[in-house]
Design a protein around this ligand. Structure first.
Ligand code: ADP
Ligand code: MG
Length: 354
């Protein structure tokens, strides 16, 4: 059985003529022990979906089930209040109580639930130990680093042993380096404790690193879902292809097509490519990941010749731009390249048409 099941959920803000549809029929499942990332651009409805599951927003139609318990059903007028849904919530702003210690922050919800003090002390100690915060129980939030505050927020969500935790951009207040460490920590924690987690992020690298499955939301509908590998390697739409990686985008005219193989013309040059989009038209958009472009100093097959414009040092490699920004091609090189013309090989199976 799924830990969380959402069916055909719709939600709008406002009502009547000024109603603004935000979720337009979203369905998803979260299996026991699974981490699902809810990915999408800003404004696509990620937070709204998470808040609807938590009971902080009222959907219009559809249903939400946790385990075998229906917590929302538009048709049957069922809407269980947030405090009875028993979900762990972690938000971007940790919202810790500034005048309570770490222990008191984590214990607060259990106190509200009238759990006996001795039992609370045991639970708080256990969860703080699990998060590597055991020695910090007496500190106040301002005496902790950002990463530690964030762990306290997670501890507070986990102390109830909720079947599902919901996290809304939990790492985005951390600076880049800390964020990568926290990402590994969070993934390890979720796996170790066998939690089921739904985590919102707008960062595709973070989504791929942390999740077993990604749901990509586009303007209130799920554009595509699948494992991080399938989302990255077999995007069905241009939106997914563009969102999941670092890309070169070319516009071409389709000259020939045979099944998923096609020949396109880009700036007077013919290229073999692979059809990916179900609705490709005569004027197609071709996408190739930056890391898939091969740089050659001699004329090559299925290649575009362009002058080198600039190379940028990235530490472990160089990113080079050929032609003009916006309409040129970017590729990675192991070292800085000499000025001159290059042939950029766009292998047919990696040049995707939509
Ligand atoms: P995301 O988390 O993906 O960035 P949100 O779910 O926060 O997106 O927002 C989706 C859309 O709903 C946005 O267009 C936003 O402006 C709108 N929205 C969010 N909250 C409210 C609200 N309380 N009232 C009206 N519109 C809202
Ligand atoms: Mg959001």
């Amino acid at each position: 059985m799924s830990d969380l099941s959402v069916k055909n959920l719709t939600l709008e803000y406002g009502s009547g003529a000024s109603a603004n549809p935000i979720l337009k029929g979203v369905s998803m499942e979260l299996q026991r022990g699974e981490v699902v990332a809810l990915l999408g651009p800003s404004g696509s409805g990620k937070t709204t979906l998470l808040r609807a599951v938590a009971g902080l927003e009222s959907p219009k139609t559809g249903s939400i089930q946790i385990g075998d318990r229906v917590i929302f059903d538009g048709a049957k007028n069922i809407e269980i209040p947030a405090e009875h849904r028993n979900l762990g919530l972690v938000f971007q702003s940790y919202a810790l109580w500034p005048h309570k210690t770490v222990n008191e922050n984590v214990a607060y919800g259990l106190k509200l639930r009238k759990m006996p003090a001795a039992e609370i002390a045991v639970k708080v100690k256990e969860v703080l130990n699990q998060l590597g915060l055991g020695h910090l129980g007496e500190r106040y939030p301002h005496q902790l680093s950002g990463g530690q505050q964030q762990r306290v927020a997670i501890a507070r969500a986990l102390v109830y042993n909720p079947p599902v935790i919901l996290l809304d951009e939990p790492l985005s207040n951390l600076d880049a380096k800390l964020r990568e460490e926290a990402r590994a920590f969070l993934r390890e924690l979720i796996v170790r404790l066998n939690l089921s987690a739904l985590m919102v992020t707008h960062d595709q690298d973070e989504a791929m690193a942390i999740s077993d499955r990604i749901l990509l939301l586009n303007n209130g509908v799920i554009e595509q879902q699948g494992t991080p590998q399938s989302m990255y390697e077999t995007p069905h739409t241009l939106f997914t292809a563009e969102f999941m990686g670092s890309n070169n985008k070319l516009h071409g005219r389709v000259l020939q097509r045979d099944g998923d193989k096609a020949v396109i013309e880009v700036n007077g040059r013919q290229l073999n490519a692979t059809v990916r989009g179900a609705n490709m038209s005569q004027d197609a958009t071709a996408i190739i990941r930056v890391e898939k472009v091969r740089i050659s100093q001699t004329p090559s097959a299925n290649a575009i010749e362009l002058p080198l414009t600039t190379c940028m040092y990235l530490g472990n490699r160089w990113e080079c731009l050929f032609g003009h920004a916006g309409e040129g091609i970017r590729a990675y090189a192991p070292q800085r390249l000499e000025a001159g013309n290059y042939w950029l090989q766009l292998d047919a199976d990696k040049l995707w048409l939509y």
